[in-house]
Design a protein around this ligand. Structure first.
Ligand code: LLP
Length: 406
């Protein structure tokens, strides 16, 4: 964790609410994966939907990372930041024709997850290099809403459709350079990772695409959110991943590249949302701590029932009390934590909400017309990048400027 005093200083210097990201931890996470998964041709495509902060992306670019992108906006941001097209894979779902053209023009390889889009491409763009996304048929993840395998989800081509795929690939004269699957976010069981790999490797063996360069096993590496949650033994998991992939490559007779697309694993624990408590209220049995941020700025507790650790930075030794930690949005469900024991909170205390690096700012909005918090990235004890919070007046002006009367 970043030092308490340092976080308090950032809160004082920049004001709250404020996201703080530890850039060094993100780079360390990236490098760790190469230690954990002993495979020479390992490629890590960071899933930038988790956090698209340009300074973090620049650190990862310099470390050698590739990117998993899901919209033309993400592709353009990546290219503008200097990621070369070969380092980027495009895995959108329900793509429009216009979006396909826009991405193809950039030279980024597309990952196709539906027979319908594959058929359309066979007519419009025969001969393309493509990656194919299969549905691994394994259900796992930290929330029903983020499991992407199985027939209840919209993602990927079913494993049993492989013959149909082969027919369209022949028709379209595609060069299939990659196969892909993504099982879910926050995978709870190592076994799910292995099972999904096996299911995809079976397809690769059965279909024997001659131009295959890589197999991409998606993201989903879990990190602890609760203080008592065990950390996965990634050394053991990485060794098993490499063992299984080696077996597959030996059978195939060539060493392919292996890709993963972690988002949460890379950035979740590197981020904090600093927020100030401005109102304490005792509602009969409930003690409510009212903060100057709300669910549009950190939506995971409300959307997924996710647990985020909270620290009272200003009074760490305070006598423990049980709080509902609430936001400043006009909705009852606007809570970061319910009935959470925390050191005594006083008005003007600064709280840090943990694991705020992944899917917090990037999923944010300005509901109730409260601006998104500012963001700072720190490295080696100093701020290397800052994005100031938009003032309320600037936000109002932006809305008026965007909407033109006719
Ligand atoms: N690859 C694909 C194709 C994905 O759809 C995703 C995430 C990832 C990689 C990265 O997954 P990760 O390593 O971050 O678990 N908003 C949710 C998570 C949604 C994940 C969406 N796709 C949350 O806050 O838990």
């Amino acid at each position: 964790m970043l030092e308490r005093e340092f976080l308090l200083k950032l809160a004082a210097d920049y004001g709250t609410p404020l996201f703080v990201y530890d850039g060094d931890m993100v780079v360390e996470r990236y490098n760790d994966l190469f230690r954990f998964i002993p495979w020479k041709k390992l490629r890590i495509h960071y899933a930038l939907k988790a956090n698209y902060n340009p300074a973090l992306l620049t650190l990862l670019r310099d470390a050698g990372a590739g990117l998993d992108t899901v919209s033309p906006g993400e592709v353009h941001l990546a290219l503008k930041l200097g990621f070369s097209p070969e380092k980027i894979i495009y895995t959108a779902n329900n793509m429009t024709d216009a979006e396909v053209e826009e991405v193809l023009a950039t030279g980024v390889v597309m990952n196709i997850g539906s027979l319908s889009r594959l058929r359309k491409l066979a007519k419009s763009h025969p001969g393309l290099d493509l990656c194919l996304r299969f549905n691994p048929d394994v259900r796992d993840g930290d929330s029903e809403k983020t499991m992407t395998g199985g027939d209840l989800t919209k993602f990927g081509i079913l494993l049993e459709s492989v013959d149909e795929v082969l027919e369209i690939v022949r028709e379209g004269k595609f060069r299939i350079v990659g196969l892909h699957e993504h099982t879910g976010s926050g995978l709870q069981h190592a076994e799910s990772v292995y099972q999904s790999m096996e299911n995809l490797m079976r397809i690769a063996t059965k279909a024997n695409f001659p131009d295959l360069q890589f197999l991409d096993f998606g993201g989903g590496f879990k990190v602890p959110y609760r203080p008592d949650e065990k950390r996965i033994d990634y050394v053991a998991m990485g060794a098993e991943i490499a063992r299984r992939f080696r077996e597959f490559c030996q059978e195939r007779g060539e060493e392919l590249a292996m890709c993963f697309e972690p988002g949460k694993y890379m950035v979740a624990e590197a981020g904090y949302l600093l927020t100030e408590v401005n109102t304490l209220k005792r509602n009969r049995s409930r003690l409510i701590a009212g903060c100057n941020a709300g669910f549009p700025q950190l939506i995971r507790p409300v959307l997924y029932g996710a647990y985020h650790q909270i620290w009272n930075l200003s009074n760490p030794q305070g006598k423990p009390e049980v709080y509902d930690v609430c936001g400043n949005i006009c909705e009852t469900g606007d809570r970061f934590a319910e009935q959470r024991e925390l050191p005594e909170i006083r008005e003007y205390d600064i709280l840090a909400i943990g694991n705020a690096g992944a899917y917090c700012y990037s999923m944010g909005g300005v509901y109730n017309l409260r601006s998104m918090p500012g963001e700072v990235v720190v490295s080696r004890g100093r701020v290397i990048s800052e994005r100031p919070r938009m003032s309320s007046k600037e936000l109002a002006d932006r809305i008026l400027a965007e909407c033109k009367s006719k």
